[in-house]
Design a protein around this ligand. Sequence first.
Ligand SMILES: CC(C)(COP(=O)(O)OP(=O)(O)OC[C@H]1O[C@@H](n2cnc3c(N)ncnc32)[C@H](O)[C@@H]1OP(=O)(O)O)[C@@H](O)C(=O)NCCC(=O)NCCS
Length: 94
Amino acid sequence: MDGYRADLGYVLARPYWGQGIMTEAVRAVVDWAMGQPEIHRVWAVCDVDNKASARVLEKAGMEREGILRSWSIHPNVSPLPRDCVCYAKVKRPG
Ligand SMILES: CC(C)(COP(=O)(O)OP(=O)(O)OC[C@H]1O[C@@H](n2cnc3c(N)ncnc32)[C@H](O)[C@@H]1OP(=O)(O)O)[C@@H](O)C(=O)NCCC(=O)NCCS
């Protein structure tokens, strides 16, 4: 939480991938956050190559906003900061 913004991140143990678990969890968190009067923006980022994570965010109703270059390090992919896609849901679409 950062004032009116809430950001989320997630990781699921490999044996549980591909069962819709993270979509259900992220949907629940996004819906809860958007129901809080003080929160106006929920956002998340994922690695540009993480198609499953992007899909989770889309299915939770978040919109792709753009790419944050060299945004975060994902040591399992590279020791250097990776480009990430930013997804968000806002109460008042611009
Ligand atoms: C990414 C992650 C959270 C997804 O969780 P999950 O419970 O397996 O995801 P779900 O089963 O809810 O849904 C995944 C969606 O991505 C799709 N998907 C899965 N693997 C895919 C791939 N390699 N390419 C494209 N789409 C893919 C699925 O088909 C599904 O979409 P659909 O319902 O339209 O078919 C999980 O794999 C994970 O924890 N990975 C490691 C850590 C990580 O990447 N965290 C996210 C950091 S941003």
